[in-house]
Design a protein around this ligand. Structure first.
Ligand SMILES: O=C(O)CCC(=O)C(=O)O
Length: 285
């Protein structure tokens, strides 16, 4: 096939030509570390820029979209089905949310979970606790079954089940102590959650940015550069439901912040099934 790249030459006046390289703009004389101009020759030398249009068509990086308003959002549709978010800012009133935050912050059995990756252990950058009849394994470490639900969590579960239109049998609680605490890109796609799980996520405390990015297509070789991205500021008392193919087709994270943040509690209600294959260790986050 013929090389469709176009070449554009621009003549300058103060440096040596350089041999062309692949792609991009090449120049000489501008970087003292690479091509030192000869003393006394300023203004006499020729400079050549060579611009090669890339062989592959350029792709735009899609702009990140922000979701802030209450509503139902079909964020993608593919062979796996619809990925749907439902957002309820103000699901709890300010007073309810304030009271619940203080109680849960003080009374839940927060602890440090240690995960394993490539044989190395690392502490999660947040504290957690787990409620459910079954244990929950992810990142090669297991949260043990804990059926001693805090009464407030049972009330919240009932209220959230009404909105979600389904029941939940377990709950992962995360405590982000400050802006340095975070959760890395992952999907809630452990086998124990079954296919197309609904995750109901309630936020209390300081607002943190919940980001989603689409899984890259089969031709992208795991490269997330050009994928769609969404950002949802999750404020005190906000409920977010992730439904359908969201866990299959998207990943989510709460990144560290550059600015100070106060503590934040996130409660993610889920339904857990007995592990289909004992010994499967779940996804990484
Ligand atoms: O804190 C959040 O909003 C997200 C928590 C989360 O992604 C998880 O528990 O899997």
């Amino acid at each position: 096939m013929a090389d469709k790249r176009q070449r554009v030459r621009v003549q300058g006046s103060w440096a040596k030509p350089v041999p062309p390289q692949r792609g991009g703009v090449h120049k000489s004389g501008g970087n003292p570390g690479l091509h030192q101009p000869e003393v006394g020759n300023w203004g006499n030398r020729q400079q050549t820029f060579e611009f090669c249009l890339p062989a592959k068509p350029l792709r735009d990086v899609p702009a990140e979209k922000v979701i802030e308003q209450a509503g139902e959002y079909d964020i993608s549709q593919g062979p796996t089905g619809v990925s749907r978010l439902r957002l309820f800012p103000g699901f709890l009133s300010q007073e309810e949310a304030d009271w619940m935050f203080s109680k849960l912050y003080a009374e839940l059995p927060w602890s440090q979970k240690t995960n394993f990756k490539h044989g190395q252990s690392y502490d999660e950058p947040r504290l957690t606790c787990w409620y459910g009849e079954l244990p929950y394994t992810y990142s090669n470490s297991t949260l043990q079954a804990n059926a001693q639900w805090h009464p407030l969590l049972l009330q919240l579960r009932t209220a959230i089940e009404k909105v979600a239109g389904q029941t939940f049998n377990s709950l992962l609680c995360n405590l982000y102590r400050d802006g340095k605490d975070s959760i890395a890109w992952h999907s809630d796609n452990e086998p124990s959650l079954g296919p197309q799980p609904t995750i109901a996520s309630l936020s209390l405390g300081d607002t943190r940015c919940f980001s989603l990015r689409k899984q890259p297509g089969p031709d992208d070789g795991g490269n997330y550069t050009y994928v769609e991205r969404l950002r949802i500021p999750l404020a005190h008392g906000t409920l977010l439901l992730m439904e359908g193919a969201t866990q299959e087709d998207w990943q989510h994270q709460v990144a560290k912040e550059y600015h100070d943040r106060g503590p934040r509690i996130n409660l993610t209600f889920r339904t857990i099934y007995p592990e289909p294959q004992p010994g499967r260790l779940g996804g990484q986050r």
